[in-house]
Design a protein around this ligand. Structure first.
Ligand SMILES: Nc1ncnc2c1ncn2[C@@H]1O[C@H](COP(=O)(O)OP(=O)(O)O)[C@@H](O)[C@H]1O
Ligand SMILES: [Mg+2]
Length: 497
C-alpha cells in the first residue's frame, strides 16, 4: 500500500503570487436549498423577531399569507414591533454569517437569508429602530454597495419582511394552516406564549388578495392567534397531569441539560383529567411517530418527539407510544446551520448516554406495564377474577387471604385447592420456602408463585422442595396474566388510599 507523507511547507522551496476570492451573490439563492420544512423556515423569522423583543413591551408578530390565482402575486409578510435593525448593523445583518457565533436565538447569521430564499423572492425588508425617524427599505440582498430608501412608516419600531412568488412549501389553505402550522408553532413556541399576559403574541392571517374589501384591503379568509400547546402527562400513581421526572438536571464538562419524562394519558385518562385528547394531527397525539422527547434549545422546540432518532430505541414500536418528555439543552450544545438538528458532538453524545443509563436503571421505558406500581391487593383481586373467568380451565372455588391454621399468615389466593402467591417484584428462594410452609402446614399439594422475575435461588429452592418434600411449586411470570394494566378510576378509588 502506498502511504502519504505529511507535507511540511517549511521544508519546501516556495515563491508567492496572489489570487482573489470574491463573494458571489449566488449564495443568497443557494441558501434557499436546504432541508427546512415550512414550520422550521418561518421559525427562523420568528426567532429573529423574538430576539428583537423590547423589554416591558408586548411583542407582537403578525404573519400574513396572501394567496392569489396568479401564483406570482402571492406573498408572505412577517411583521414585528421589536427593536428593528439599526442602519449601522443592516449590512452585516444581510451578509451571510455576518452576525455569527451567537449563543442565543441568533446563532449562525444565516436564518433570515435561508428563510427568505426558501419561501420565495424578497420583495422588501423595512426596518426601523426607535432612535431614528425614518425606516430603512431595501428590496434585494447583495454584496457590495446596496441602495437603501428611507421611508416614513406609521410605527415606532420594528421589522417587516415581505416575500413574493411563494414556493410550493408555503401552506396556502385554511386546512393546512389549522392542522399543521398552528398546532406545531403553538407547541414550538409554547414557552413564549404561556398565558393571557404572555410575552409574545403571534397572529397568522390568511388573505385572498384577488378580492378586496370596502377599504381596498385583501379579503381575510381566516385569522389564528397562537395559544400555548404543551404535552399533557398522566402520572400513574398520582393520577394527575404530571410527568414522572420534571426537569431533572444532567451536567457534564461544559454542558448542562434538563430532562423531563412522563406518560401520555390514555383516552380514558383524559376524561379523568377533564381534558380533550389531542386531535390526531396535533403534536402530542398518542401514536407511533409521536413517541419520545422534544429537543428544546433557547426555550423553543428544535425537534419534536425524538426517540429512535436519538437511538434510545432501535426502531419505533407501539409499546413506547405513551412515552413523552423534553430534553432541554441549557448550555454547551450547538445546532446545525439549519437550526433543525443538534450537532452530534462529544457533549451531546455524553448527554444522550447519561439519559439512556437513567432510563434503563429507573426502568422508565417499561413503566407503563410495570406491576410494581400497582398495589398488591389490586393484583391479587385481578388474578382472582382472571382465575374464575378465564376460558381455559376456569377455577370454581377461589378465596383470597386464606388463613393457614397454626401459621400466623395467609395465602394470597386459594383456588380449587391450589395456593397462589403474588410478588410484584423479584421472588427469591425464601419466598418459595414461605409458599412451601403454607403448602406443608395447610396440607395443600401444589402452589404457584407469581412474580415479576426470579432469582436463581428461587429455582434451586423449587427443585429441592420437589425432590425432598414431593410438593410442586411452579414459578409463573406475572406478565403471563392479563393483570398488569394501569389502574382505572374505579380501582384507583378502591385500592389507592
Ligand atoms: N426581525 C428582526 N428584528 C431585529 N433584528 C433582526 C430581525 N431579523 C434579523 N435581524 C438581525 O439580522 C441578523 C441576521 O439574522 P439571521 O440571518 O437570522 O441570523 P442570526 O439570527 O443567526 O444572527 C440578526 O442577528 C439580527 O441582528
Ligand atoms: Mg436568526
Amino acid at each position: 500500500m502506498r502511504k502519504k507523507k505529511l507535507l511540511i511547507i517549511e521544508q519546501c522551496k516556495t515563491t508567492t503570487k496572489e489570487i482573489e476570492v470574491k463573494p458571489s451573490n449566488n449564495i443568497f439563492s443557494e441558501l434557499g436549498n436546504n432541508n427546512y420544512n415550512f414550520i422550521e423556515l418561518i421559525s427562523e423569522l420568528i426567532d429573529n423577531s423574538i430576539s428583537a423583543n423590547i423589554e416591558n413591551k408586548q411583542l407582537e408578530i403578525i404573519i400574513d399569507i396572501g394567496i392569489s390565482n396568479n401564483e406570482k402575486n402571492s406573498y408572505l409578510i412577517i411583521k414585528d414591533n421589536g427593536k428593528g435593525i439599526k442602519t449601522v448593523d443592516l449590512g452585516r445583518a444581510i451578509s451571510p454569517a455576518g452576525f455569527s457565533g451567537g449563543t442565543t436565538l441568533n446563532e449562525h447569521g444565516l436564518g433570515m437569508k435561508q428563510a427568505i430564499a426558501s419561501l420565495g423572492n424578497l420583495k422588501y425588508l423595512v426596518t426601523k429602530s426607535n432612535e431614528v425617524d425614518k425606516a430603512n427599505y431595501i428590496n434585494k440582498f447583495e454584496f457590495g454597495k446596496l441602495e437603501v430608501l428611507e421611508i416614513e412608516v406609521p410605527w415606532e419600531s420594528g421589522t417587516e419582511i415581505c416575500v413574493e412568488n411563494l414556493k410550493d412549501l408555503v401552506p396556502k389553505s385554511q386546512q393546512k394552516i389549522t392542522m399543521v402550522v398552528v398546532p406545531y408553532l403553538s407547541a414550538k413556541y409554547r414557552r413564549f406564549l404561556n398565558n393571557g399576559t404572555s410575552d409574545v403574541r403571534i397572529i397568522l392571517n390568511l388573505l385572498d388578495i384577488d378580492e378586496l374589501d370596502n377599504d381596498g384591503l385583501p379579503y381575510l379568509i381566516q385569522s389564528w392567534e397562537l395559544k400555548e400547546l404543551k404535552p399533557i402527562y398522566f402520572h400513574p400513581n398520582q393520577r394527575n397531569n404530571k410527568p414522572i421526572h420534571l426537569q431533572k438536571k444532567f451536567k457534564g464538562k461544559g454542558w448542562e441539560a434538563k430532562f423531563t419524562i412522563g406518560y401520555a394519558p390514555t383516552n380514558e385518562e383524559y376524561v379523568e383529567l377533564g381534558m380533550e385528547p389531542p386531535k390526531n394531527y396535533e403534536p402530542y397525539n398518542v401514536s407511533i411517530n409521536k413517541q419520545g422527547f422534544d429537543l428544546i434549545a433557547h426555550n423553543r422546540v428544535i425537534n419534536f418527539t425524538q426517540f429512535s432518532e436519538l437511538e434510545f430505541i432501535k426502531v419505533p414500536h407501539h409499546a413506547y407510544n405513551y412515552i413523552r418528555g423534553e430534553i432541554d439543552l441549557v448550555k454547551g450544545f450547538k445546532t446545525s446551520t439549519t437550526k433543525n438538528f443538534v450537532v452530534r458532538d462529544k457533549n451531546f453524545n455524553e448527554l444522550l448516554a447519561e439519559i439512556n443509563t437513567f432510563l434503563e436503571t429507573e426502568k422508565l421505558l417499561e413503566r407503563k406495564n410495570d406491576p410494581t406500581e400497582l398495589p398488591e391487593h389490586l393484583l391479587r383481586d385481578r388474578l382472582k377474577h382472571h382465575l374464575l373467568t378465564r376460558k381455559i380451565e376456569p377455577k370454581k372455588d377461589v378465596k383470597t387471604e386464606y388463613v393457614v391454621e397454626g401459621l400466623a399468615g395467609s395465602i394470597d389466593i386459594l383456588a380449587d385447592k391450589e395456593a397462589w402467591e403474588i410478588k410484584r417484584g423479584q421472588a427469591s428462594g425464601l419466598d418459595v420456602y414461605q409458599l412451601f410452609a403454607y403448602l406443608d402446614m395447610g396440607n395443600i399439594e401444589s402452589g404457584y408463585l407469581v412474580a415479576k422475575s426470579y432469582t436463581t435461588g428461587a429455582e434451586t429452592a423449587v427443585d429441592f422442595i420437589k425432590k425432598n418434600h414431593s410438593k410442586e411449586i411452579i414459578l409463573v411470570p406475572i406478565d403471563e396474566f392479563p393483570i398488569n394494566g394501569p389502574a382505572n378510576s374505579e380501582e384507583r378509588k378502591k385500592y389507592f388510599r
